[in-house]
Structures are given as C-alpha cells and as structure tokens.
Design a protein around this ligand. Structure first.
Ligand SMILES: Nc1nc2c(c(=O)[nH]1)N[C@H]1C(S)=C(S)[C@@H](COP(=O)(O)OP(=O)(O)OC[C@H]3O[C@@H](n4cnc5c(=O)[nH]c(N)nc54)[C@H](O)[C@@H]3O)O[C@H]1N2
Ligand SMILES: Nc1nc2c(c(=O)[nH]1)N[C@H]1C(S)=C(S)[C@@H](COP(=O)(O)OP(=O)(O)OC[C@H]3O[C@@H](n4cnc5c(=O)[nH]c(N)nc54)[C@H](O)[C@@H]3O)O[C@H]1N2
Ligand code: SF4
Ligand SMILES: [Mo]
Length: 874
C-alpha cells in the first residue's frame, strides 16, 4: 500500500524537535494544526541555531506529506501483516546463521538513525548474533575522521565546539562547502566575521558559494591537501611555533617532520603567493580553527590527510582551547551519535574498542549476551563485495539507499538483486534500494518518531513526534527489537526509546570506568520527554573542550603526531583523462526521497549537471546546456553541461543526488570506483577518472505536467513543480510522429499544437476546460524557455501556453535564486542594474531575497560582486 495525498487528523500539537538533515543539528519548533497542516520554525532556544534555519529546514513542512509513503509491510510486493514480515526476517537470519555462521548475515544502517535505533542494531548484531557485520553509511562520510582521531588522540573525540568558530581569528575551511552543506553554522561564522573581522580561508579545488565570504580561496590541485598541511607543519616548526608548554603532551614530532619534508610547494598546484599567504596567516594566528569535511575524508588517503591537519594543531598546541582546534564537520544528523554508540563495524558502544578483551567482556556482561563479536566486521564497500560473492547471504538495510550512494553503484545494485535474502526498512517503497527487497518494512519518519541525535559539537538533542504514524509504519528500533525477540534473544523488551536511552547511559557509566571519555551516565535519571539539548561532557565551557591540557586517550596520555607521506591520486589515463569531483547542492538532501517532494527545493537546481570548464567543453565539442555522456570503467551517466570557470580545467564537478526515480542516467556513483582508504575503508568519492563526450541528442524537450509521467527516451530528469512536474528530455532519434509520441507520454491527445519544421520546433499543449494540464516544447537544440513561468501556468487558464515565455508586460523572473521568497536571477539582475540594490541587505529590502532562511545570501553576494566588477570594467 502506497500513501495517497491525504490529510491526517489528530490532535493539535507544538513540539520542540531537531532538524533531520545536516550535522549542525538545529532545533526547530514544529506545530501541527491537527488537520494535516504543519508549520516549522527555527527554535530560538536551541543553542546550535538560536532560531536560525536554512532552506531545507524551512521546507520541512512540505516534505512530511503521506504521499508516496510506504504504509504496510510487503513481501515480494504483496501486503502482509507485521508478524509475517518480522517472522520471515528472523527465520531467514536464524537459518542462514545456523548453516553458514554469524558472518553470513549483515546489517547496513545509517548516520540518520536515531541513537536508540543504533543501540538496538548494535546490541543485536555484536552481542547476540555475535558478528560485527554491521556497518553504516557513515563509512562513506566520517570514517577517515574517526580513524585520524583515533590515531592522534587515542579516541574518536572531536575536541572543539561551534563557538570556537565564532571565537577564532582565522577559520580555515578545507574540503567543506559550509555555505551549502551546513548553512546555519556558516551564517554563525559570517555573523562573527562581521563583528570581529575573522579571516576566512577556503581550500577547495572548486570555487563554491563558501568562497564568496572568504578572504582567500586556495584552488589547490585535487587531493593535494596532505602536501599542503605537511608544508604547513614544516613552516610552523621552522618558524619556532612548536609550543614548548604543550610539547610534553605530544609525541612523534621528529618522525612527522621527516615525512613532511618530502612534500614540495609544487605538489599543491597553488601559486607561491597564495601558498605563502596561507602559511603566514595560519602561523601568525593563534586562534585558528581548521574545519574539514568530505574534500578531506572521501579520499584514498583520507586518514593521512586528517592526521596531516591534526599534526599542525598538536605541534602548536592550538587545540581544545577557546577559538582554536581542528574541527571535523559531521554530515548527517546523527553521524556523531552513531560514532558514540559504536555504529561502525570496528567499534563497540561508548568509544569502547572491539579489539580490547576487557572492553568486550564488560559490554558482554552488561548485555548478558551469549556471545560478543571478537573482531571488526566488514566495512561498507567490503560488505557489498561479500554480498556480491555470496559470502553474505542475508542482509537488512535500514535508513539508507546504497544502490544509489555507494561507489560502483551499478555493481552494488546487481549484488543486491542477486542476494539470497534482502530486507529493507524505508519510508518509501520506490527507492532504488527498496525496489530490490524481498521484504520491505514501513518505517515511521521524522516527525512521527522519538529519539535522540548528537550533532557535530557533541550536543545531544531530542527528536520528538508531532504527527501520527501513517498506515502501519513503525519505528526502526522497534523493528530491530522485534526481530531480535523472534530470534529468541533476551534483553530487547523495551517499551519505548526512553528505556533504550536509559540502558545506553548506564552502559556509558561502565565505559567511563574503563577509561572512556564518553560518559553520559548523568542523564540516566533525566526526564527523557523534556530533555534539553545537552553537550557531553557536561560542565563549564573549558570542560566541554578536550585536550587543552593534554590528557589524550593514548596509553601514555600523549597526543600523537602521525608521519604522513602525502600522495596525490593516481594520474588519469588517456582513456579517462578527467577527474570527476562529486558532492552536494544547496537545496537537496542525498537521494532526494524527502527534499525532492517540495517544489521550492527543486527550483534552484532541478536537473543533474556537469559543471565543466569552458576550455574542456570546447575541446570536447560540448555547447552550453547540451548533454554530456560521462563514462568510467564502472558505468556511465548523461549530464547537462553547465559551463563554468568555477571549476579548473580537467576537474569537472557533478552532484550526487539523482536516482533511477528522478533521472536514471544521472546517477554519479555509477561512475565512482570503489577505491578506499586503507586505514578507514572510506571510499574516494571525489576523484573518479572519467571520459567525456557529447551525448548525440537528435532532439531536446522540456515539459510541464500536472501528472507524473514516465518517459521512454534515452535521457530524462524530473522534478516537482508547484502545480505538478517539470521534465527535461532528450533522445537520439526523433519519433516518426511527434503527435503520437507526446500523446502516449501524456496519455491523452494534445489540444493545441504548433510546429515549425524548418527550425525543428514542435510544441504541444494539453488543456481541460481551458485549464493547462501539460505542455511540451521540442527542439533540435537545447530548449531555452522561462521554465518556472511555464510551471506556474499549470492548472490555470492559459491563453498562449505555447509562447513559452511571459508577455512583454510580465518580465521573466529567470532561474530561482531565493527559493523561500521565489526571487529569480533576472529580477535580481534588474534590481542591480537600476542601481537600487547595491548590497545583500538592499536586495532584501527591495525584493525580499535572502531575508528568510538566508541560504542564498552567498549567491546574492556573488551576483553583487560580479555586477560591480562589470560596472567597474565598463
Ligand atoms: N544541502 C545539503 N547539505 C548537506 C547534505 C546534502 O545532501 N545536501 N549532506 C550532509 C552530509 S551527509 C555531509 S557528509 C555533508 C558534506 O558536506 P561537505 O563536505 O561540505 O560537502 P561536499 O559537497 O560533499 O564536499 C565538500 C567540498 O569538497 C571539495 N573537494 C573535492 N575534492 C577536494 C580535494 O581534493 N581537496 C579539498 N580541499 N576539497 C575537495 C568539493 O569541491 C566540495 O566543494 O553535508 C551535509 N549537508
Ligand atoms: N559520489 C558520491 N557519493 C556519495 C557521497 C559523495 O559526496 N559523492 N557522499 C556519501 C555520504 S557522505 C553519505 S552520508 C551518503 C548518503 O547516502 P544515503 O544514506 O544512501 O542517502 P539518503 O538519501 O540519505 O538515504 C536515506 C534513506 O532512508 C530513507 N528514510 C528516511 N527516513 C527514514 C526513517 O525514519 N527510517 C528509515 N528506515 N528510512 C528512512 C529515505 O527514504 C532514503 O531512502 O552518500 C555517500 N555517497
Ligand atoms: S543547517 Fe539547515 S539542514 Fe542543517 S540542521 Fe540546520 S536547518 Fe537543518
Ligand atoms: Mo555524509
């Protein structure tokens, strides 16, 4: 049963809860009117955001609809009761373990899991099944940071707090597009900068919105970060910045320096002047925070890069004190909680270690479990290899979509299709992964379930329900506990997440006795329902930071500098000469199963694209807005060409968000090789070697439709529009009869047709009682039309729907920049041209742009910047 658009009636409520998207972990106030209407606002009392919110958070109300939701358990596509579905999973897991041993089954979970979900999954797998074959998508995300922290600090502990980014005099953002990926924290940094003149340096091969507010952008050669931080280490040492008071707290300085001396300035690809400025600023600023994210972690030497950064902070003692330290940004809402609760295949709960017999014995004793996993389980990429090779025969995937997001995604999808037994828990039935499941379980989603999450600065916040569960959906923890009980295991009888959380806090007390820093036992008697956001460890500001006075979790208590022999990614080959960078866009979340529902989140960038330097495009014969066919040894993709000098020649960029549901040829992980960091097992998702050539399109089309259409052509991408859908289409051969073809696509005869065969143009409209139901514009060239204007006509009386653009009296707003107040590029440019709005503030006053969530402010600033440069040049 799949949900239809419906309102759900229940009681009127207002709750304080936490945003389900990024690791900033903003508090939101969610109100439900009891008739299906929901409003979301930033929580003014939450310390992470103090009322701020970004566009994804602001659009949450539009995404909690029941449309498209999975409402009941399915076996082989047929609806069944919960008992039948859970019995089947328990039976197949038990049978497989009996025949092939505990390592023949696995769980693959998610950094979007609540801590309570994670706790139950780990207890089941590591404590009762007796295998550590449980890994999480955080392997694709945080694993290199975890491994780097453990090598340097002896534990996976983030030393700092968000406040440090506000107190710093220099914030270095390396491999982080903070403005788009952690917008509220970015706004906090920009506000601090306005107040105290913080210097900001962005290190990224690509120019991003984050560079707009920065003092320096270092467009380094892809993957050269290890060299850059090695050079910094040598510079710091040579300029006498080894902190004499901190030196007794660290070891490994000499070996780290020896390794670092092999790095050369030329390796970084930076100009000598830029490099010098970076070295001098970093060396000369005591209060420096180095923030890093996927440009560092997602690399075949990600752990080394993390340590190259940590080395510089350890050498100078700039760690764990106000306004200074390394800061790993977590991606998902509970990536940090997953690390604390031992979600990775190589960890136990509460920062305890699987390799340590005393830790294992303590956890086993606490759980009163028959067994305990004795060695690390398979890490994500290896886990799916084991599925492919038939070593894992029963797999349960919860809250993640690996058929889209793992490297070599086509291969992963094939392995899943061939797996003996696959169970999937999701909120939707139609994800690329869910479609392959034998058993599909409906999960309650955000707003319908209760639990806790930990953000990037170790702050634990509650997620609270304010909507009833749709259909038969049940929480993930409950599904896991029910299967455990059905497998005959004791200790899974909780009545709700509060009891699970309490058990977890008690385990943390035991961990603390064994020397772990993760101790939340002070929360054991806390009122779970009213739990306020709380940072561990509790106490004064200085107590909330780690390692300011040493006290590392290594055997000798000293922090370790790790020798890093930096290396660049393998050279590209003549067959695959481009290095493809991948990542995120401002308004979408991963595989778009939630953000894709809100029309306003598709207005900013609604189609998969390849951001490519004009010189590369010219030498490959790619015109603007044409389609490129991108190929690697693992698969291929067709992407819209976006010419831009924000990327360097040879290094195009493509976003990761599209799926078989939204653009079947736009899945970039089909291209990415399953190359992993040897220490962390994290895949290198930012450097696929690819070839690029024009997709031989005989025709292009743009369509708007009230109903969801299923096109049959080589290229299509669809997104939600206010009154229906947007579609981009292309094909390699024109159909014999366009009228027949569009009739089949829309399921009805067109009511208006326009054709200009000489120019290869065909236009059709579909109306009912004069109201526009759909329109399609076909051309032999990329279609240039006022897209948002056309979508706005859906369902309305349309006098000239095939004109494709507004009348002269109605100016075309152009592509959306501010999605909250729906302000287009052309409107902004007009306002800049007439001289009334020379600043972001003035644009806000004149047009409203940027005045709601503020996510578009960096882009507004960039437009003003470019406009004033053009004026100066004229
Ligand atoms: N809008 C939005 N926000 C999100 C998410 C989302 O899906 N959408 N997802 C969340 C999650 S789970 C995560 S993990 C975070 C990720 O947050 P970020 O890590 O900030 O985002 P990415 O776009 O993956 O990559 C960051 C940058 O790394 C750069 N990069 C690529 N190669 C290199 C390199 O060799 N060196 C350096 N220095 N930089 C390089 C890319 O050009 C890119 O701009 O975002 C979180 N926030
Ligand atoms: N090329 C490339 N690939 C990447 C990356 C990259 O930068 N480049 N980044 C990587 C990173 S950092 C990450 S974090 C991953 C993210 O990749 P994924 O985790 O695979 O992506 P999501 O779309 O977040 O998948 C979450 C799934 O959970 C479902 N869901 C939502 N709510 C619930 C719920 O409450 N319960 C359950 N059971 N299901 C629910 C959603 O419908 C969706 O199917 O992608 C990785 N892949
Ligand atoms: S910055 Fe945006 S996506 Fe991230 S937690 Fe805050 S509101 Fe949610
Ligand atoms: Mo992530």
């Amino acid at each position: 049963m799949i949900g239809q658009a419906s309102t759900r009636t229940h009681l009127e409520t207002t709750v304080r809860t936490t945003c389900p998207y990024c690791g900033v972990g903003c508090g939101v106030v969610a109100a439900s009117d009891g008739k299906g209407g929901v409003t979301i606002m930033g929580d003014p009392d939450h310390p992470a955001n103090r009322g701020r919110i970004c566009i994804k958070g602001a659009a949450l109300a539009e995404t909690v609809t029941t449309t498209g939701r999975l409402m009941a358990p399915l076996i082989g596509g047929a609806e069944v009761g919960w008992s039948q579905a859970l019995d089947l999973i328990a039976e197949r897991f038990a049978q497989t373990i009996a025949r092939h041993g505990p390592d023949s089954v696995a769980l693959y979970v998610s950094g979007q899991f609540l801590t309570e979900d994670y706790y139950v999954a780990n207890k089941l797998m590591k404590g009762f099944i007796g295998s550590a074959n449980i890994d999480t998508n955080s392997r694709l995300c945080m694993a290199s940071s975890v491994a780097g922290h453990r090598r340097a600090f002896g534990s996976d502990t983030v030393p700092g707090q968000y406040e440090d980014l506000e107190l710093a005099d220099l914030v270095v953002l390396v491999g982080s597009n903070l403005a788009w990926c952690h917008p509220v924290l970015h706004q906090r940094v920009m506000a601090a900068r306005a107040e105290r003149g913080t210097k900001i340096i962005v290190i990224d091969p690509r120019w991003t919105a984050t560079c707009e507010g920065a003092d320096l952008h270092l467009p380094l050669a892809p993957g050269a970060d290890g060299h850059l931080f090695n050079l910094l280490l040598c510079h710091l040492y040579d300029h006498g910045l080894l902190a004499s008071d901190f030196a007794p707290h660290v070891t490994g300085v000499d070996a780290a320096l020896t390794a670092a001396r092999a790095s050369r300035a030329g390796d970084t690809g930076l100009s000598p002047a830029d490099l010098e400025r970076f070295l001098t600023l970093w060396a000369g600023t005591e209060k420096v925070v180095t923030v890093y994210s996927q440009g560092i972690n997602q690399s075949e030497s990600g752990t080394d890069k993390v340590n190259a950064i940590l080395n510089c902070h350890l050498l100078t003692g700039r760690i764990g004190r106000l306004g200074m330290g390394p800061f790993s940004m977590t991606g998902q809402p509970n990536a940090m909680g997953g690390r604390e609760v031992g979600g990775l295949a190589n960890m136990l709960a509460c920062h305890l270690e699987i390799e340590n017999p005393a830790h294992r014995a303590a956890v086993q004793g606490f759980w009163a479990s028959p067994v305990i996993a004795e060695r690390s389980g398979l890490k994500a990429v290896d886990m799916f290899r084991a599925v492919e090779e038939g070593r894992i025969k029963a797999l349960w995937i919860l809250h993640t979509n690996p058929a889209v997001t793992l490297p070599e995604a086509d291969r992963v999808a094939r392995a899943l299709a061939a797996c003996d037994f696959l169970a999937v828990s999701d909120i939707r039935a139609d994800t690329d992964t869910a479609r392959l499941a034998h058993v599909l379980l409906p999960a309650t989603g955000w707003g319908e379930k209760d639990g806790t999450v930990t953000n990037s600065e170790r702050m634990i916040s509650r997620q609270r329900a304010f909507l009833p569960a749709p259909g038969q959906a049940r929480p993930d923890w409950w599904q896991l506990a029910e299967v455990a009980r059905r497998m005959g295991f004791q200790g899974f009888d909780w009545t709700g997440p509060a009891e699970i959380f309490r058990e977890y806090t008690r385990l943390s007390a035991l961990a603390a006795e064994l020397g772990s820093d993760f101790d939340i036992s002070g929360l054991t008697d806390a009122d779970y329902d009213h739990l306020e956001p709380v940072t561990w460890p509790h106490g004064r500001a200085s107590a909330r930071r780690f390692f300011g006075d040493g006290g590392f979790h290594t055997p000798d208590g000293r922090g370790r500098l790790v020798p890093v022999v930096a290396r660049l990614p393998d050279a590209t080959t003549p067959d695959y000469p481009f290095r493809l960078n991948t990542g995120r866009i401002r308004d979408q979340w991963h595989t778009m199963t939630r953000t894709g529902i809100a029309p306003r989140l598709s207005q900013h960038l609604g189609e998969p694209f390849l951001e490519i330097h004009p010189a590369d495009a010219a030498c490959r014969g790619l015109g603007p807005a044409t389609l490129a066919e991108v190929t690697s040894p693992h698969g291929s993709a067709i992407l819209r060409v976006l010419l831009s000098d924000r990327v360097a020649p040879g290094h195009p960029f493509a976003p990761m968000h599209w799926t078989a549901q939204t653009a079947p040829t736009g899945r970039v992980d089909a291209l990415v090789p399953a190359l992993t960091d040897p220490v962390s097992g994290q895949p290198a998702s930012k450097s696929a070697a690819v070839s690029i050539r024009p997709f031989p399109a005989a025709w292009y089309a743009f369509a708007v439709a009230r109903n969801d259409l299923n096109p049959a052509c080589e290229y299509w991408a669809k997104s939600r529009a206010a009154g229906g859908w947007h579609l981009e289409l292309a094909g390699m051969a024109a159909p014999a009869d366009w009228t027949d073809w569009v009739g089949a696509l829309f399921g009805t005869e067109p009511t208006v047709a326009l054709s200009d065969r000489a120019r290869g143009l065909q236009r059709f409209a579909f109306t009912e009682n004069g109201l526009l139901q759909g329109a399609i514009f076909i051309s032999t060239e990329p279609v240039l039309l006022a897209r948002s204007y056309l979508a706005g006509l859906l369902g309305k009386l349309a006098e000239r729907p095939l004109a494709g653009r507004p009348g002269i009296d109605q100016p075309d707003p152009g592509p959306t920049i501010c999605a909250c107040l729906n302000v287009g590029l052309n409107t902004i440019l007009r306002s800049l041209a007439d001289g009334t709005s020379p600043s972001v503030r003035a644009l806000g006053k004149a047009l409203g742009a940027g005045t709601n969530c503020g996510s578009c402010r960096p882009e507004l600033a960039a437009l003003i910047h470019r406009h004033s440069h053009r004026e100066a040049a004229e």
